[in-house]
Design a protein around this ligand. Structure first.
Ligand SMILES: Cc1cc2nc3c(=O)[nH]c(=O)nc-3n(C[C@H](O)[C@H](O)[C@H](O)COP(=O)(O)OP(=O)(O)OC[C@H]3O[C@@H](n4cnc5c(N)ncnc54)[C@H](O)[C@@H]3O)c2cc1C
Ligand code: FES
Length: 286
């Protein structure tokens, strides 16, 4: 059992969860993830390690509530326990001294990009972080990212804060103006990573994306996380999660991510009913 030390809502729909997990914290590297099973009825879901402290023996994950498992996690309190936690899994990010690097983050990826940006800065790169959100009250961790970057560009879809647009817009603008960018890392939803890769492709800037395929075991055994990269079949859990965005078959990834949509909706409806109506039924019975 893994104890939850903190559960803080950062913005509507995204929670920061700090967990006691000394073995994972000791070995974690930027770009890696952990597989979590909340309880005995839970499915196994991958979550990127957004931060960790080897001495304290803790890891931090940011969860965006999209379905049953992420809702269940968000509903836990400090002091509660998670049943299973495996990690660190996946290959670490391919980090080096590249020169000027853009780290783009959206949704939970704003948190996931932090350790990558921090490590790149430590290696002597000029780091430009670009984060996106639909509206300004969905922005978070600006201060943390500011500390590990030379420049932080904030974008919002409605223009309520910073640049009006999405993370790939200022990136594209920089490239069109002849800006020298040696590498791009993008973490976020599938669409955001695809558009970021499309923006950099004409300029030949290598773009690494952290793919978010559905996973089961997270150790290369089930084949569930299969993706196609450069025409070759890869397993996101053991060959990734980071891949060259210009080589990813995005259509296949998007299609495979929705194969259990009906079951996911049924599962969420069932869980929501249990969560909200069971206590009411009990009160009525009393
Ligand atoms: C390597 C890796 C690292 C990941 N890291 C994180 C992380 O740090 N934080 C985090 O919140 N998630 C992360 N994810 C995604 C996360 O694993 C899924 O969101 C989670 O499995 C959803 O489980 P669920 O039961 O809550 O929702 P499900 O019931 O499984 O999914 C509900 C619906 O939401 C859609 N959906 C799932 N994920 C997303 C998403 N991210 N954005 C928009 N729609 C989505 C699904 O396609 C489905 O239709 C990561 C995925 C991978 C592969
Ligand atoms: S999750 Fe099973 S092979 Fe990757």
């Amino acid at each position: 059992m893994y104890k939850i030390l903190a559960n803080e809502p950062l913005v509507p729909n995204i929670h920061l969860i700090k967990i006691e997990a000394p073995a994972i914290a000791r070995k974690a590297l930027p770009g890696q993830f952990a597989v979590v099973r909340v309880d005995e009825f839970g499915e196994r879901i991958p979550l990127t390690l957004a931060d960790w402290d080897g001495e304290e023996g803790t890891i931090t994950v940011l969860i965006m509530q999209v379905g049953t498992s992420t809702q269940k996690l968000a509903a836990l309190n400090a002091g509660d326990h998670i049943l299973n936690l495996a990690g660190p899994l996946g290959l670490p990010s391919h980090l080096d001294k590249f020169g000027t690097v853009v780290c783009a983050g959206g949704c939970y990826g704003v948190g996931a990009i932090l350790p990558v940006a921090r490590a790149l800065k430590g290696l002597g790169n000029k780091v430009i972080c670009i984060i996106e959100a639909r509206i300004k009250n969905l922005l978070y961790w600006q201060e943390k990212l500011q500390q590990v970057s030379d420049e932080l560009i904030v974008t919002t879809g409605d223009g309520s804060s910073g640049y009006k647009g999405w993370a790939y817009d200022p990136l594209k603008e920089m490239l069109e103006k002849g800006g020298k960018i040696d590498r791009v890392f993008a973490h976020g939803c599938t669409f955001m990573m695809m558009l970021t890769s499309e923006a950099t492709k004409p300029f030949g800037v290598k773009t690494l994306v952290a793919l978010n395929s559905i996973m089961v075991d997270g150790t290369g055994m089930c084949g569930c996380c299969r993706v196609s990269v450069g025409g070759k079949t890869k397993f996101t859990c053991v060959d990734g999660p980071e891949f060259d965005g210009h080589e990813v078959d995005w259509e296949l990834l998007a299609a495979r991510r929705t194969i259990y949509l009906e079951e996911e909706i049924r599962s969420l409806t069932h869980w929501e009913c249990q969560r909200w109506y069971k206590p009411i039924v009990k009160v009525v019975e009393v």
